[in-house]
Design a binder for this molecule. Structure first.
Ligand SMILES: [Mg+2]
Length: 261
């Protein structure tokens, strides 16, 4: 574990967690709680993570929230928590509350047209086997393919979809293991901002994530909470802390659990 900013004091932070009425723990899923795998429907959490999340859910005063790029529907069976915690899916486009209430930001007409055009294009280009369709766009995954294939997908997507923000309200974002065409202007920062706005100012908040899309959330949390980059290798980040999964992740979750009992 490495503290990246002098202003962050982890002991002090966990004291705040202990003193909070409802501390808030925000967690990304893929790459953070679960290691990457080429079979995305089998991306289960690291051993020990599920038990700790269950304990945090049932034994502590924590508001546990998952914020993922995945669609919520695909995430529920992997997360395998009953009851499911609050989940923000599709980078904040959809939200499911613990009582099962489901909310989703409606798509504009041009965005619907754009997603249909994107799906037609995928069929024409024969890219179905790399694509994951979501409510707010399509992700192309190239983990496990050769360099030629990933380069080909990346170039095709950029060349065709880079300039569609005005026409369709869609933007291209690269992530660890692929590239995604999705609604412009919606990001994990929306989820974080909403959660921060509904949290008492003396309640501790932390957000753990691994990917470029989590940086939006890290920035949104600046000066309000602690953001944690969870990643085997370091990279430039807005996060306050870097930790290496799974051992340091388990330590952090355990410490959170013990302080929020
Ligand atoms: Mg991730």
């Amino acid at each position: 574990m490495k503290i990246l900013h002098d202003t962050v004091n982890l002991d002090q932070f966990f004291n705040t967690v202990a003193n909070s009425q409802n501390p808030v723990l925000l967690l990304d899923y893929d790459g953070t709680l679960a290691p990457f795998t080429t079979e995305r429907d089998k991306a289960f959490p690291y051993p020990g993570v599920t038990d700790l999340l269950k304990s945090i859910q049932s034994d502590t005063k924590t508001r546990l929230v998952i914020i993922s790029g995945r669609a919520i529907e695909g995430l529920l069976p992997l997360l395998n928590l009953t009851p499911a915690p609050e989940i923000w899916g599709s980078h904040g486009l959809e939200r499911r509350l613990p009582d099962g209430t489901f909310q989703s930001t409606p798509l504009q007409k041009k965005q619907k047209e754009g997603i249909q055009a994107l799906k037609d294009w995928i069929t024409k280009q024969n890219l179905q086997k790399y694509s994951e369709s979501k409510p707010g766009g399509v992700a192309f995954h190239w983990r496990g393919t050769d360099k030629g294939t990933s380069g080909m997908i990346k170039a095709l997507v950029h060349n065709t979809w880079d300039n569609n923000i005005d026409r369709y309200g869609l933007a291209v974002n690269e992530f660890d293991g692929g590239i995604e065409v999705r609604l412009a202007g919606i990001s994990k920062a929306d989820a974080v901002n909403d959660i921060v706005a509904h949290t008492q100012t003396d309640d501790a908040i932390a957000f753990l994530g691994d990917d470029m899309t989590d940086e939006d959330g890290f920035q949104a949390l600046k000066s309000r909470g602690v953001s944690v980059l969870v990643r085997p290798e370091f990279r430039n980040t807005h996060a306050d802390i870097w930790l290496i999964p799974p051992a340091e992740l388990l330590d952090f979750l355990m410490r959170w659990r013990d302080n929020s009992l």
